[in-house]
Every structure is written in structure tokens, then in C-alpha cells.
Design a protein around this ligand. Structure first.
Ligand code: AMP
Length: 455
């Protein structure tokens, strides 16, 4: 608590933090809260799970009072994050500020009724803009503007919407922008809409001592079977499984349930009340495995996630970092497990280009092959239909697969290895620090040999 006191919190807020079990500030909190409380504009490089909500909440809960008009606006990329941020600010504040989460997909009339005397609005850009156009929301008296998960907001196509919203805010305000990655676009945007901002970044994406990252390189036909094997073997705690598409999410959920594993889906194709119900079930431990897409899982604060699985590898290290941020949160331990088949090589190569990520190979265990019901999830590319003699179950012709593999090898600057070369390389790698993905993470010299021999 002493460290929180030094950051400048009032006694009321300190007692809330104590009740919440916060013992000491996280890195971003330590660096940015004094600036935020002093009314400074901030450009924060930090990921979900870093404790950034308390940073931007601090001037809201300390410096704003009940006034019956909107004084602070927090923009978030997703509905779930809007709800979550609203809950956090409600919990942190002792002043009975009226706080409202505003997002699409739900009745707008109910929002309009509440908006006229709300003090803090947390919303997604589309619905906020909708209210502005209807004149059911006024930003004239905004004192604090927060852009949360800015990179994701822009990835989702909200750049112009966010600009239009900012243009309706007064020029004199405090602006705080948070983003897991600060690209040149975000930097340009931040410079344009902040005033004399202080840039604050945390040193690491994740606490490497708490989060273990591994990958299995599996034959295409055993990808799902390995997932089932690992889920059954280590059936402790809450687990998230990531897929790249809604269809894959549905397919995996159905097949996991079929294999006796209690799993539920969360993706953008489900309506809001269904998504909330699934999350509640997950929170209440009624289901152990949540299978999701990136957008749906973005920013969700689910406590106690012990492992995340990448069943489909995300397209770049930015999405990868967001996914692994679901586990090993707030000082807890976690594991990120990547299950690679041939279709993931290209994405994995891109992820490994980020040298700050340390992902070590793990030996493929002996597993039982699980029968997949190819009718689930209405997919064609996961094992049903359209297969010709030369195709595998992903619909990729064999020569295309080897082309794919050699293309990412080339891309990451490795020469194409023959089988013998490959084995020799692995047996001779005591002194080597890089593997074929450009990873610095070699640890177990026996691990890979068995995997690569199999091909
Ligand atoms: P955030 O990155 O703000 O979404 O926070 C992620 C999670 O960490 C939330 O569940 C917070 O309640 C929790 N948290 C934030 N700050 C601290 C802290 N200083 N100590 C312990 N837990 C924290």
C-alpha cells in the first residue's frame, strides 16, 4: 500500500485498492499514475493485463465529481472491454459517479434515457458516433478522453470514427492513449491529438518468469488430437483456445464436447446476451475451456486463465502478444501453447520475427488419434469433402505444402534443409541459438528430432 500512497491516491481510493487486494503498483501504474493524476497527456505502450485501467481511471476517480453531464469518455474497441472498463471504474470509485457502457447490438433507447445524466461514458466508436449524430450525447464538457487499445480500434477500421469523435471534444482536455504496440500510424495520430504528451511504455509484454511459451510441431492429421490430449492431461484451471475464424471456433467446440471436454464458443457471430452468458459460465467455472476468436477475446479480463492454446496461429506478433496476455496476469503463472501444423508455418515465421518472444519447442507426446466429426462447424477445410487423392485434410496439395514450408524458411533467412541435413543440424545444435523459426528458444536437444524425423 505504501507504494500506492506515493503515487498520490486519496485515502478513499487507497482503501478500495486494499480491499481489491492490490498490494503494489504494476510497472505501468508506477510510471504513469503520477502523470495521469497531474493532468498530463499520456501515450501508453501497454497491453491488457498490465494494469493500465487503473492508470486512466485514476484522474477520473480522483479529479471528477458528480455534475450530471458527461465529463470523461473512454473509447474501447469492443463491447466486452467497454463493460469491463465500466465495471472497473465503478469498483475503483467511491464517489457515486454515474458510469455507463455504451455499445451497439443492444437497445439504443435505454442508453438514450440514461445518457442525459451520465458523468462517465465508456463506449465503442460506432455507437458513440450514432449518439452524437442523434444529439443524444454531448461531448462539449469532456475533461478527460481515453483511447483504450488504440491499435485494435484502428485494426477494426475505427480510425476515421475516432477522429470524428475527437473533433467533438473540447481542445482543452486531458488525453490518454493506450496501445499494445505503438506503430508509426499510432504515433502520428497520438502526436496529432495529444498536447505535450509523455510517452510511457512498459519494458516487457509479459513477465517471462511467469509465462512459459512453447510450441509443438505436429503432423496435420494430429493437430486436433494433440489439443484433446493436452486438455485432458492438464485439466486444471481455466483454458482459452484461440482460432482465427468463427467457423473454426464452432468446429473445435463441437468436437471438444464430443470428446468429453466441456467447451464453449465466444465469437462475433453470437449476440451480446449469449456472449455475456458464456463469459459468466466461464467465470463461474461452469465451463473449463473457452474457444474464441481474437476480436471476441480482445481485452477481456478473465481471472485465473492458466493456459492459452493457439490452435490457429495468429497472423502476426501483435495478435500473438494480445492472446498470450490473457494468461499470467497480475502476478499469476501461465502457459501459452502453440500447436503448429503446416498451415501455421507462415504465421509462426512472422511471429518469430519478433525477437522479444521466447517460444521453445516441445516434444510431441505419444497420443491417441481422435476421430473428428467433420460435419461440425460447417467447415470444408478441416477434414471433410473436396478431398482428392493428392490432398490432405486441409485441402492443400502435397507439393503446395512443401512449397509453403520452404517459402517461410527462405523468408526467415534459412537455407532449405534436406532430411539428413535437418537431422544433422538438430543433433549438432548444442551451440546453436536459433531454430528454423528463427527462435532463440532452443532448450531441449531431443525434442525436435523426433518431430522432424516423422516427416
Ligand atoms: P488491466 O490491464 O487494467 O485490464 O488489469 C488486468 C487485471 O489486473 C485486472 O483484473 C486488475 O484488477 C488487476 N490489477 C490491476 N492492477 C493490479 C495491481 N496493482 N495488483 C494486482 N492486480 C492488479
Amino acid at each position: 500500500m505504501e507504494q500506492f500512497e506515493k503515487l498520490g491516491f486519496s485515502r478513499e481510493v487507497l482503501s478500495v485498492l486494499k480491499t481489491a487486494g492490490f498490494e503494489k503498483p504494476t510497472e505501468i501504474q508506477e510510471k504513469a499514475i503520477p502523470l495521469a493524476l497531474a493532468g498530463k497527456d499520456i501515450i501508453g505502450g501497454s497491453f491488457t493485463g498490465s494494469g493500465k485501467t487503473l492508470v486512466f481511471a485514476s484522474p477520473i476517480i480522483e479529479n471528477l465529481n458528480q455534475k450530471n453531464y458527461v465529463q470523461a469518455l473512454v473509447l474501447t474497441p469492443t463491447r466486452e472491454l467497454a463493460e469491463q472498463v465500466a465495471d472497473s471504474i465503478r469498483n475503483f470509485s467511491k464517489k457515486n459517479l454515474k458510469i455507463l457502457a455504451v455499445y451497439g447490438g443492444v437497445d439504443i433507447e435505454a442508453q438514450i434515457r440514461k445518457l442525459h445524466n451520465t458523468e462517465i461514458v465508456i463506449g465503442t466508436p460506432g455507437r458513440i458516433l450514432d449518439h452524437l449524430k442523434r444529439r443524444t450525447l454531448s461531448l462539449d464538457k469532456i475533461k478527460i478522453l481515453v483511447l483504450d487499445e488504440c491499435d485494435r480500434m484502428f485494426d477494426m477500421g475505427f480510425y476515421r470514427d475516432v477522429e470524428m469523435i475527437i473533433q467533438q471534444c473540447p481542445k482543452k482536455r486531458q488525453t490518454m492513449l493506450f496501445s499494445a504496440t505503438i506503430s508509426s500510424d499510432i504515433d502520428y495520430f497520438a502526436q496529432k491529438y495529444t498536447d505535450d504528451a509523455v510517452e510511457v511504455s512498459v519494458n516487457s509484454y509479459v513477465d517471462a518468469s511467469k509465462l512459459k511459451q512453447v510450441y509443438y510441431d505436429v503432423p496435420d492429421s494430429l493437430k486436433f488430437s494433440l489439443l484433446v490430449h493436452l486438455l485432458k492431461k492438464e485439466n486444471a484451471g481455466l483454458v482459452m483456445v484461440f482460432c482465427n475464424t468463427r467457423r473454426n471456433v464452432d468446429f473445435i467446440v463441437e468436437n471438444l464436447n464430443n470428446a468429453g471436454i466441456s467447451a464453449k464458443a465466444i465469437h462475433g457471430g453470437l449476440n451480446q446476451s449469449r456472449r455475456i452468458r458464456v463469459l459468466e459460465d466461464f467465470h463461474d467455472n461452469k465451463v473449463g475451456v473457452l474457444v474464441c476468436t481474437d476480436v471476441a477475446a480482445r481485452g477481456l479480463d478473465i481471472k485465473g486463465v492458466t493456459r492459452i492454446y493457439n490452435y490457429d496461429l495468429p497472423k502476426d506478433s501483435k495478435d500473438y502478444i494480445h492472446r498470450i496476455g490473457r494468461t499470467a496476469r497480475a502476478g499469476e503463472e501461465g502457459e501459452a501453447i502453440n500447436i503448429l501444423a503446416s498451415r501455421d508455418y507462415e504465421n509462426f515465421g512472422k511471429i518469430m520475427n519478433n525477437k522479444s518472444l521466447l517460444i521453445t519447442p516441445k516434444e510431441m507426446p505419444l497420443i491417441e488419434q481422435i476421430k473428428i466429426n467433420i460435419g461440425f462447424g460447417k467447415r470444408r477445410d478441416l477434414g471433410r469433402g473436396r478431398r482428392t487423392g493428392n490432398d490432405n485434410r486441409f485441402g492443400i496439395k502435397r507439393n503446395q505444402r512443401s512449397q509453403k514450408r520452404s517459402s517461410w524458411k527462405k523468408r526467415i533467412g534459412e537455407r532449405k534443409l534436406g532430411r539428413n541435413d535437418s537431422q544433422k543440424r538438430y543433433s549438432d545444435r548444442n551451440n546453436r541459438r536459433t531454430n528454423r523459426f528463427g527462435s532463440r528458444g532452443y532448450s531441449n536437444r531431443n525434442n525436435n528430432r523426433s518431430n522432424f524425423r516423422r516427416r
